[in-house]
Design a protein around this ligand. Structure first.
Ligand SMILES: Nc1nc2c(ncn2[C@@H]2O[C@H](COP(=O)(O)OP(=O)(O)OP(=O)(O)O)[C@@H](O)[C@H]2O)c(=O)[nH]1
Ligand SMILES: [Mg+2]
Length: 463
């Protein structure tokens, strides 16, 4: 476990040339280090080093007196800071050389280089945010679209944490009731309809788990693989969806030899579009390696777009590729509708929606976009969802909670508890306790160090 009583320091802005870059400190020595390194330029009557007030000055090397950079700096005294500790920020010019020199000076003055996510870890340990909110910070940093950003922001503001706490308190009430009747079997315990309380909790958990697939798309993006025979227009379709000439298109079969992926923001839904090499049985070495990758993409994608050349008769290769799709979410695109189409493409995967379009002219592209969104939303849009779980760790905790609650509910409604008493009530209390613990993992009340390490390892240094 990391030490929590020393002062940490890191460059908190991305590496690379920027207008400004920020070195951030947190911990008891922040003020002393800032005072050693920063010489304020007095402007008017405002006092430098006043908490939460920026001042202008210079960072200099205390040993050589060399001026390192011209900066704006701010000291923020605990507890109203990100970490609830004393925090100092030095806003330097953005060059990595200047930033590294200032960082090195803070280390020389007694700070320790922060580990990835350590600022946010301190915010969590000091009780400013819970674990779900800490994870939301990461999602906020990485959000790919407006909708994903809003989702992360809602989680950071505590929407998920509050809902989880509410459900948890319902479980705790039920547990207290069961435990009271275990401990004082002869006393009159005020009656509580445990069965219906548990069913209510089951329904709430079920709704959260159901919405999670949508939430995860907003967080991670939907991986969409464009597959098909050579020369059917896969790369042309990628370009048409992106509205750029990203992939090379030629009239020769086998143009694309490696997979190529690009992000697309489709009305707030982040898509990872993957163009693949055409799948054919006769192929040279390089093509075969490309085809292997195409097949791997087909397996791992969330959604497959199978492209057919509508101007040609179906070929055995089309059927073979279709058979690889299995029961994955998929859409069939019949391309090249600007030239006369063959009418038989319905024979392939007839249960799926078939979209006729022209990647060349763009006709029909809208229908394809609608079909992709329909797969994501299955009916509802994000704004209609009060709360979307988007993190696999949370979904896992919710599933385990639901399992325990369901066993408890089944036991309760079987009537066994009322008739045989003790043993069953013990089991009931055990299941409820396990449910309370599993649900507490979301906000971090009941997680071990290994989980914390795994969560914060995903952050980068300076966050
Ligand atoms: N008429 C017409 N031609 C198209 C259309 N889409 C693609 N093409 C043409 O079909 C040929 C192959 O297009 P690509 O996009 O390279 O096909 P691909 O499926 O990526 O091919 P490989 O990378 O070789 O597997 C090119 O000459 C395109 O101009 C379309 O909608 N209409
Ligand atoms: Mg191609």
């Amino acid at each position: 476990m990391l030490s929590l009583d020393d002062t940490i320091s890191a460059i908190s802005t991305p590496v690379g040339d920027g207008g400004i870059g920020i070195v951030r400190l947190s911990g008891p020595q922040s003020e002393a280090i800032l005072r050693r390194l920063c010489r304020p330029v007095r402007l008017g009557r405002r006092r430098p080093f006043e908490s939460h007030r920026m001042f202008y000055g210079h960072v200099f090397d205390p040993e050589s007196a060399e001026v390192i950079d011209e900066v704006l700096a701010v000291l923020m005294r605990a507890p109203t800071t990100y970490t609830r500790e004393d925090v100092a920020e030095i806003h330097c010019h953005g060059s990595i050389v200047a930033l590294n020199r200032v960082l090195a000076l803070t280390l020389r003055c007694g700070a320790r280089l922060a580990q990835p996510g350590e600022f946010t870890l301190r915010a969590f340990v000091n009780g400013r945010i819970d674990l779900a909110q800490a994870e939301a910070v990461l999602d906020l940093i990485r959000a790919k679209t407006d909708a994903g950003q809003r989702l992360a922001m809602r989680q950071l503001q505590g929407a998920l944490s509050e809902h989880a706490a509410e459900i948890r308190s319902q479980l705790i009430t039920a547990l207290a009731h069961v435990e009271a009747s275990l401990d004082f079997p002869d006393d009159e315990i005020p009656s509580l309809d445990i069965a219906s309380a548990l069913h209510e909790v089951e329904a709430q958990l079920g709704r959260l788990i159901e919405g999670a697939s949508k939430g995860m798309v907003y967080r991670n993006g939907l991986r969409v693989a464009i597959v098909g025979r050579p020369n059917v227009g896969k790369s042309s379709l990628l370009n048409a969806l992106l509205r750029t000439d990203r992939a090379i298109v030629t009239h020769l079969p086998g143009t694309t030899r490696d997979t190529l992926e690009e992000m697309l923001n489709l009305r707030g839904v982040p898509l990872v579009l993957v163009d693949t090499a055409g799948i054919a049985s006769s192929a040279g070495l390089v093509e075969s390696l490309g085809i292997e990758r195409s097949c791997r993409e087909l397996e791992t994608a969330d959604l497959v777009i199978l492209v057919l050349d509508g101007s040609q008769v179906l070929q055995s290769e089309d059927f073979r590729i279709a058979s690889l799709i299995g029961n994955k979410a998929a859409i069939v695109v019949v391309n090249k509708m600007d030239i006369p189409l063959m009418a038989e493409h319905e024979r392939i995967l007839p249960e799926l929606s078939h979209i006729c379009l022209s990647a060349l002219t763009g006709v029909g592209l809208n229908e394809l976009e609608e079909a992709i969104l329909a797969v994501v939303f299955a009916g509802g849009a994000i704004s209609s969802d009060p709360l979307l779980v988007s993190n696999p760790r949370h979904v896992d905790a919710l599933r385990r909670t639901l399992d325990h609650v369901s066993s408890a509910a089944a036991l309760q409604s079987s009537g066994a508890v009322a008739s045989i008493r003790c043993d069953c009530e013990d089991i009931l209390a055990f299941s409820l306790r396990a449910a309370v613990t599993a649900l507490g993992e979301i906000t971090g009340e009941t997680v071990g160090e290994d989980v914390l390490d795994a969560v914060f390892a995903e952050f980068c240094i300076g966050k």
